[in-house]
Design a protein around this ligand. Structure first.
Ligand code: 5AD
Ligand code: FES
Length: 342
């Protein structure tokens, strides 16, 4: 079957047409090819590299899907000290990385000054690098402090844009309204922002997914993280099935068409469910990878979901492995900061 002419010409579709496209594999070949051509138009064959530092797995929240939720007594908690974080950056810098992503749970110990100090230290030592923070919901005052400390970007997935679905996968104290307010306030403060959602999260419907796409179209984030849901045994969602790789790829492609400039990672979750998942993601329109720079001793402990890949490899091993994979897929590692091109 061939893609609808409308999609080919102006990259838009009505809800019902989108659903048809997402439901079956008939259009995949053409869809991925079109998304790849749009990505090449804007970013060539560059794949931007972000060094991921998982600096704490303490979290005050209790999201039903997440392995580091507060109530998971089996999670072995850790917190990296500033010198360890700086050591991760030093390794990343010597591998050529020019973006560091500081990701962690909502750990109250790092609120305010702790995080500010980390951001300041990294930006002072590596002024040529971008710092991305991914540490959940905080008051605007704290976001501002982090922005003033030099943070360039902020990742905060919206998880689902449907109120009722949001409350099916989160405890009552969390709300979609608050999440969205955080995203807009981060944008207002001048961060490059990243939203995103899981594909195949429990209770998710195709209508929920359409709402997520429409939400992204409205928010116009600089980045979007789209990865399959993967169950974790120590969560309330232990028995739910994992998300679907093909649907995830179709969504990456559709988002590339809707927001051609966007930075889209081929996620670790995608690589976890399919050994070729990240390569497939790149060929469907993704243009970012986020190799892990966390110390190997803590990697297994940052377990959002089961069987996560790259938990035994040293940073340099992942870097070499990724280089081969990216080149074999027909792209190149790009070591620039990789800011969004609007
Ligand atoms: N499977 C897949 N992704 C998950 N995340 C959290 N738990 C899981 C899981 N079980 C994602 C969320 C979060 C990001 C850091 O990781 O979307 O925003
Ligand atoms: Fe980590 Fe391949 S990217 S081992």
């Amino acid at each position: 079957m061939t893609l609808p002419e409308k999609l080919k010409q102006n990259h838009t579709l009505e809800d019902s047409e989108l659903k048809k496209l997402l439901k079956c594999g008939d259009y995949d070949y053409e869809l991925f090819e079109l998304a790849d051509s749009v990505r090449r138009e804007h970013y060539g064959t560059s794949v931007f590299i972000r060094g991921l530092i998982e600096f704490t797995n303490f979290c005050r929240n209790n999201c039903y899907y997440c392995g580091i939720r507060r109530d998971n007594r089996n999670a072995e908690r850790y917190r990296l000290e500033l010198p360890q974080i700086m050591e991760c950056c030093a390794q990343g810098y010597s591998l050529g990385y020019r973006t560091f992503v500081l990701q962690g749970g909502e750990d109250p110990v790092y609120w305010d000054s702790g995080m500010t100090e980390i951001i300041c230290s990294v930006k002072t030592k590596y002024p040529d690098c971008a710092v991305t923070v991914s540490a959940g919901e905080r008051p605007e005052k704290i976001y501002r402090e982090w922005r003033n400390a030099g943070a360039d970007r902020y990742l905060l997935r919206h998880e689902t844009a449907t109120e009722s679905h949001y409350s099916q996968i989160h405890p009552p104290e969390l709300s979609l309204k608050k999440r969205i307010a955080c995203l807009y306030s981060l944008k207002e403060l001048g961060f490059q922002i990243g939203a995103g959602f899981m594909v195949g999260s429990p209770y998710q419907t195709l209508d929920n997914i359409i709402a997520d796409l429409r939400f992204l179209q409205e928010l116009k984030p600089d980045m979007a993280g789209i990865g399959p849901f993967i169950h974790h045994r120590d969560t309330p969602f232990a028995d739910f099935p994992d998300g679907n790789v093909e649907l995830t790829l179709r969504l990456i492609a559709v988002i590339r068409l809707m927001l051609p400039y966007i930075l889209l990672p081929a996620t670790t979750a995608l690589g976890t469910l399919d050994p070729q998942g990240r390569e497939k993601g790149l060929k469907a329109g993704a243009n970012v990878v986020m190799p892990n720079l966390s110390p190997v001793v803590v990697r297994k402990k940052y377990s959002l979901y089961e069987n996560k890949i790259c938990t035994g490899e040293e940073a340099a091993e992942c870097s070499g492995c990724l280089k081969k994979r990216i080149e074999a897929a027909g792209y190149q590692m790009d070591f620039s900061r990789g800011d969004v091109i609007r």
